[in-house]
Ligand binder design. Structure first.
Ligand SMILES: C[S@@+](CC[C@H](N)C(=O)[O-])C[C@H]1O[C@@H](n2cnc3c(N)ncnc32)[C@H](O)[C@@H]1O
Length: 374
């Protein structure tokens, strides 16, 4: 059995708190205080979630809540009672929160906008440090927003929690020095976050692309207040913003069903080892941000599809080595070209960056001038 202080102490010993206030805030505002009476436990085989009620099963509830790692606090956007499939809100992992807040680099007197309040722990940590008057947090689910407000009140903290779509920021809540998203964008950084930030502001947001693993992006707003630019700083897995699940498109099966296979191609790569190489998947995700990947057979079979009508199945199992593709695009040919680009340039995942301008977004490799529109 862990307790909050033991978990924070172990992270401290690993050096997870280069900024001491985050450790102090975690000790003063324990995460467990934000866990609802019903939390969700994933079955390791089926991946489905089962409800754990604090009143009927306090032992399991405590085991799930007071341990390192995230705690799922809502599934299926609140529509399921006992079994669910999609984690739609969670109490973030201590380590992830420590690293996000370290990157955010907050200073006394600054105003913070958080996107994705969830149970309200991060907003509470920020309010403990900066004062509730300096923290505005936006949560898309009004029931969760109300629960977070209640938890804050119980603890004597007073960040402003607004119910609404955080991709629109918090339009009438002033200008911010820091924007901190705790739900992931999948392609474009919502421009409202830049519009509502001061020149020099820092924006820290997780990115969960359709291709490969996610990463944390740290942007700095330019002096003109209209453009923001920065690099990916570490890998991270985070749930997507509600409107961005599946990139806003259909499932692979539906896209494949609608379009016949029209072309075959050679593979020419060892897919299994490529999939394990984050630099390759990161590069493809940035060069083809609307292409999604699902792997089967330990990474030897790739299913690709876009948010339109195109798909490909690339089968690299022994003796096969073939790609089949359908729809208006040739998705495997495009992915193949992106893989070749990365093979030639050898860009490390953390040497990629993003620049956001009004109405446009660019990805770049190493320097902002080596860019392409995404
Ligand atoms: C991982 S949880 C946030 C964790 C949280 N900040 C904490 O303190 O531990 C992500 C939250 O983002 C919310 N969310 C998803 N899309 C959103 C959107 N467009 N605007 C605001 N909140 C959103 C979800 O409902 C969910 O509660």
């Amino acid at each position: 059995m862990h307790d909050d202080a033991a978990i924070v102490g172990a992270l401290d010993a690993e050096g997870a708190f280069p900024t001491p206030w985050i450790r102090e805030a975690m000790l003063a505002v324990p995460r467990a205080a934000f866990a609802p009476d019903v939390i969700w436990h994933a079955d390791p085989v089926s991946g489905r979630y089962t409800a754990v009620d604090r009143h009927t099963d306090p032992t399991t509830w405590e085991e799930v809540v007071v341990r390192p790692g995230p705690v799922v606090t809502q599934v299926d956007d609140g529509t399921s009672d006992t079994i669910g499939d999609l984690a739609s809100s969670s109490l973030s992992d201590y380590r992830a929160v420590a690293s996000f807040l370290t990157e955010l680099d907050v200073r006394p007197g600054q105003r913070i906008l958080e996107i994705g309040t969830g149970p309200g722990w991060t907003a509470a940590l920020l309010a403990w440090h900066l004062g509730g008057e300096n923290v505005v947090s936006v949560e898309i689910d009004p029931t969760l927003a109300a629960a977070a407000r209640a938890a804050h009140t119980r603890l004597g903290l007073s960040p402003t929690v607004l119910a609404g779509d955080g991709t629109l920021g918090a339009a009438h809540a002033g200008v911010f020095d820091r924007v901190h998203a705790t739900a992931a964008f999948t392609h474009r950084v919502p421009y409202a976050w830049i519009e509502q930030a001061r020149p020099g502001a820092v924006i820290v947001a997780p990115w969960s692309p359709g291709f490969g693993a996610g990463a944390l992006l740290r942007l700095v707003v330019d002096d003109d207040g209209r453009t923001a630019s920065g690099k990916f700083v570490r890998s991270v897995a985070f749930m997507e913003l509600r409107g961005e699940r599946n990139g806003g498109g259909a499932a692979f099966e539906a896209v494949r069903e609608a379009e016949p296979a029209t072309e075959e191609a050679e593979v020419g790569w060892v897919l299994e080892s490529l999939y394990g190489d984050g630099n390759f998947t990161h590069a493809v995700a940035l060069r083809l941000p609307d292409v999604r990947l699902r792997t089967l057979g330990g990474g030897t079979v790739w299913q690709l599809w876009d948010t339109g009508r195109s798909w490909a199945v690339v089968d690299d199992r022994p003796g096969i080595g073939k790609a089949v593709q359908g729809g208006p695009r040739r998705l495997w040919d495009e992915v193949d070209a992106a893989l070749q680009w990365q093979d030639e340039h050898q860009v490390h995942g953390y040497d990629f960056g993003i620049t956001v301008e009004p109405g446009r977004q660019w990805a770049w490799a190493q320097r902002p001038d080596r860019r392409w529109e995404m």
